[in-house]
Design a protein around this ligand. Structure first.
Ligand code: GN1
Ligand code: MG
Length: 360
């Protein structure tokens, strides 16, 4: 039974603890997450997560990264004190490792739960500005980490060119026969592939540095307190060397969308320029002391690029028969693709204004 299993696993981290309840959280579409309440003085809550082992084949390397990153965040938050920022740690299991390998070959980890925090359900300029400040601050806090110490747990994670190549391979194979019914979508990806050509130029630009960035800056990965202040950044699994613009772009993809990432009603999906401005303003205020001109010039481009990339990733998974992302219904990845493409096309119509806003 799942409950017994969860209790057993919690006891691998907190032996003898008295578990009051376990609740499954809908957090992310990669890992499975549980909130655990344990009897203590006062009661304390923890996050137990099953790590998606097929997405992260090397769990020890992943957890080594997380140890470096969470320790650095703790240190830097104390030194910089520019914004409130709640950190958390991963607890070692009784065997001393910072993950637990269960007998059924599943990997687990336990961390603090950030108290009095939640995701937001509605996006408004204030909330989005808060998120911008905190995602920018996150990069600022990590500027001292030696990049050579961080393992590349998913090679080329935001290499859009790689995703484009994967897409072409999946189109060629069409293993589950989903291509013929989605030819119009396929055509769009081909038409917009000039974004990949432009990305190739950026990769060759030596003025753009790699930094330790979050790489998954969607709205769900920011926690807010009850006053609506952004207080913590979660889901650090993909935190690896990458471009600052990627964090900006991925956040815009998620935060400026008036609909949901997988909205079944495409009329809900649109690009909200005011939310874009609010996020950009917050983000730039946190990175202004170190952002380089070549990075700034490409911020708006990455909003388009990462939205295109995400659409490609969803569509490729659809063509592959839904092997990567968790799906709730057969056409889920197709729905996600359509919503991301709609958002992308909307952004394309405002691209010049987007550029002008961040560059000034
Ligand atoms: C995945 O971790 P989670 O489920 O929030 C994905 C991101 C995508 C996101 C889209 C490791 O994020 O890159 O942007 O889904 N993470 C991984 O919702 O592939
Ligand atoms: Mg993630």
């Amino acid at each position: 039974m799942l409950k017994n299993k969860i209790h057993y696993i919690v006891h691998q981290f907190l032996p003898n603890s008295d578990i009051i309840w376990v609740k499954e959280l809908e957090r992310g579409i990669i890992n499975q997450t549980f909130l655990i309440r344990v009897k203590a003085e006062p009661c304390k809550e923890f996050i137990l997560q099953q790590i998606n082992h097929s997405v992260f084949p090397n769990v020890p390397d992943l957890m080594t990264n997380l140890k470096i990153i969470t320790e650095q965040l703790k240190r830097a938050v104390k030194n910089k004190r520019l914004l409130p920022f709640q950190t958390f740690i991963y607890y070692p299991a009784i065997d001393g490792l910072n993950y637990y390998l269960h007998s059924d070959n599943t990997y687990w980890r336990l961390s603090d739960y950030v108290p009095n925090s939640s995701n937001i359900d509605k996006k408004n300029p204030h909330i989005v500005n808060e998120a911008g400040k905190l995602f920018g601050y996150f990069i600022n806090l990590l500027t001292d980490v030696d990049l050579a110490k961080i393992n590349e747990v998913i090679p080329g994670f935001h290499d859009s060119e790689k995703y484009y190549r994967n897409f072409l391979v999946s189109v060629e194979k069409d293993v589950v026969g989903r291509l013929p019914g989605t030819k119009a979508i396929y055509e769009k990806f081909i038409n917009y592939s000039y974004l990949i050509d432009e990305f190739k130029q950026i990769k060759n630009n030596r003025d753009i540095p790699l930094r330790l960035v979050h790489n998954d800056t969607k709205v769900d990965n920011i926690l807010f307190n009850e006053k609506g202040r952004a207080i913590s950044v979660i889901d650090l699994d993909t935190c690896m060397p990458g471009y600052l613009m990627t964090d900006f772009g991925d956040a815009i993809r998620s935060l400026s969308n008036t609909g949901a990432e997988d909205d079944p009603d495409l009329s809900n999906v649109s690009f909200n320029f005011l939310l874009y401005q609010s996020f950009a303003q917050g983000f730039l205020s946190s990175v202004q002391s170190f952002i380089l001109p070549a990075e700034k010039e490409n911020l708006a481009f990455f909003a388009l690029l990462i939205t295109y990339e995400q659409a490609l990733r969803f569509y490729t998974d659809y063509l592959n028969g839904d092997t990567y992302y968790h799906t709730d219904y057969p056409e889920h990845n197709l729905q996600r693709t359509k919503a991301q493409l709609k958002l992308l096309e909307d952004m394309m119509g405002r691209y010049e204004e987007m550029k002008v806003f961040v560059e000034d």
